[in-house]
Design a protein around this ligand. Structure first.
Ligand code: ADP
Length: 469
């Protein structure tokens, strides 16, 4: 079986969100299952500088866009059993210093989609399945139909809030073929186009695939998704168990395994507190690493954090950036309680790993969460996730059952400060009962959220699609 992934970003080449994590690891995991996997990316300006020496030119050809003709170079590179193709065009990608946010993004990614169709006959092998990802690949199914090419398509939604919406006037090159399918609320919508015309649609967790059918979570696409309901499912993301490995990770203070996790957690916590120049309090070390916005629950956290520090004596660490008034709130919190609270505003992957390894509780009070990776990383480093009952969090966290003592985390239901507070207070009580706490840690360390299981699910779906001619 031959699968071609299409997307706009993948680690280690370009990353703005978790799509890059998925496209950097899922193709590799499928390759390990003897599937012939390739991935096609635009050769963004930021990638070009890094990979130019290692890539090989396959061919160069022209693509028409409106009345203009643009040249592309198709390059390839083999890495970890995956063939990565890069579509190189100077005007649309090579000379831009960011992936998105340009006035002509609609035209740029339509061009990318068109270039893929033309490149099909130049790729080393012809795909049985094209696996599309997010709005940047939304026009591929349309262009396949238009060119009468019969390849099955699977479209994965990683983030429903980014839909690739552009005014029709900006889509000069589409003028003659404008079609109702492309349009939502009088604008061209890439994501809608991809969803409507693909053979099957997935999201990155089962629960999220049902939540998005409602107006609350559907971001204006719930009616479209409801039409597609019988061709929609969810497959949970994994994380890279080699990159996130407490046994070998050179970024954490002290390596550990299931055999010495008590010592490992203790040393990592001591060093982390030192790094932030804070002093161990009676309560647990509660942390959050996140984009800072209200979707991630910061509005709730702001209401209760001070009481947690003063009454329940927790240590608190925040790593993140985003909404500036919330950044300021937490910087002031640090100034007020410098011995209990550590705050780092910014993006820092190494510090993130140190926090995962040194914390007791990891907070994810999200309003919604398509999959969520941080709870999976927390398990891997022996930290207990405390999450809201939504999306991928619901599918990956088993709340502690007080009778059987089974479970691997804590979960609250309603998106209110009161519910979040109650759950944290409950977790603090359990934290003091070391036997139950260690049982939770061990369960998390034993969990397997590597890509293997998800790769098996995708493989099954691909086979079903191919058989359904
Ligand atoms: P989302 O993709 O919605 O931001 P996820 O939980 O799916 O949320 O993934 C977030 C990822 O980004 C996690 O791996 C988390 O550790 C990482 N991350 C978020 N903020 C930061 C930061 N400021 N510094 C380092 N890593 C971060």
């Amino acid at each position: 079986m031959n699968v071609l992934f299409v997307g706009s970003e993948a680690i280690p080449y370009a990353k703005t969100g978790c799509l890059a994590d998925v496209l950097g690891s899922l193709p590799k995991a499928l390759g390990n299952r003897n599937i012939d996997v390739s991935l096609v990316l635009p050769l963004h300006g930021i990638i070009k500088q890094d990979v130019e020496k290692n890539i090989r030119l396959i061919s160069s050809y022209d693509i028409e866009i409106g009345s203009r003709v643009e040249k592309i170079n198709l390059f390839s590179l083999f890495k970890d059993g995956v063939c990565i193709y890069f579509i190189d065009n100077h005007n649309y990608f090579g000379n831009r210093d960011t992936l998105y946010g340009h006035h002509d993004d609609g035209e740029r990614y339509y061009f990318f989609n068109k270039a893929i169709i033309k490149s099909l006959s130049y790729f080393y092998s012809y795909p049985d399945i094209i696996h599309l990802n997010d709005w940047q690949s939304g026009f591929v199914p349309y262009l396949l139909r238009k060119n009468n090419i019969k390849i099955k398509t699977l479209f994965t939604i990683h983030n429903l809030t980014f839909q690739g919406i552009f005014p029709i006037e900006l889509m000069e090159y589409l003028k003659e073929e404008i079609n109702d399918v492309f349009i939502l609320n009088d604008q061209v919508n890439f994501l809608k186009t991809g969803i409507m015309l693909s053979d099957f649609v997935t999201t990155v967790s089962k629960t999220y695939s049902t939540e998005i059918l409602s107006a609350e979570y559907g971001y204006g696409l719930n009616n479209i998704l409801n039409q597609k309901k019988d061709k929609l499912s969810g497959i949970i993301n994994g994380i890279d168990y080699d990159y996130y490995n407490p046994k070998t990770d050179e970024d954490i203070y002290f390596n550990f395994t299931l055999n010495n996790y008590v010592k490992g957690k203790r040393i990592n916590k001591e060093k982390l507190l030192e790094e932030f120049n804070i002093i161990k309090q009676r309560g647990p070390l509660v942390s959050i690493i996140s984009r800072i916005n209200d979707i991630k629950g910061f509005d709730l956290l702001k209401e209760i954090i001070e009481e947690l520090i003063t009454t329940y004596k927790i240590n608190f660490i925040l790593l993140g950036y985003g909404d500036s008034s919330t950044e300021l709130f937490f910087e002031e919190l640090h100034n007020k309680y410098p011995k209990s609270v550590g705050v780092f505003i910014g993006y820092n992957e190494i510090l993130a790993k140190k926090i995962y390894a040194g914390s007791d509780i990891f907070l994810m009070p999200s309003r919604f969460e398509p999959c969520g990776l941080s709870q999976l990383i927390s398990y891997r480093y022996g930290t207990i996730p405390l999450v809201r009952n939504t999306g991928g969090l619901k599918d990956t966290v088993e709340p502690l059952d007080f009778f059987s003592l089974n479970g691997d985390g804590f979960m609250f239901n309603n998106y209110t400060a009161k519910d979040l507070m109650n759950k944290i207070v409950e977790a603090i009580k359990i934290y003091k009962q070391k036997d139950i706490w260690n049982r939770l840690i061990k369960r998390g360390l034993k969990n397997d959220f590597s890509w293997n299981n998800s790769a098996i699910s995708y493989e099954k779906l691909y086979r079903k699609l191919i058989e359904n001619k």
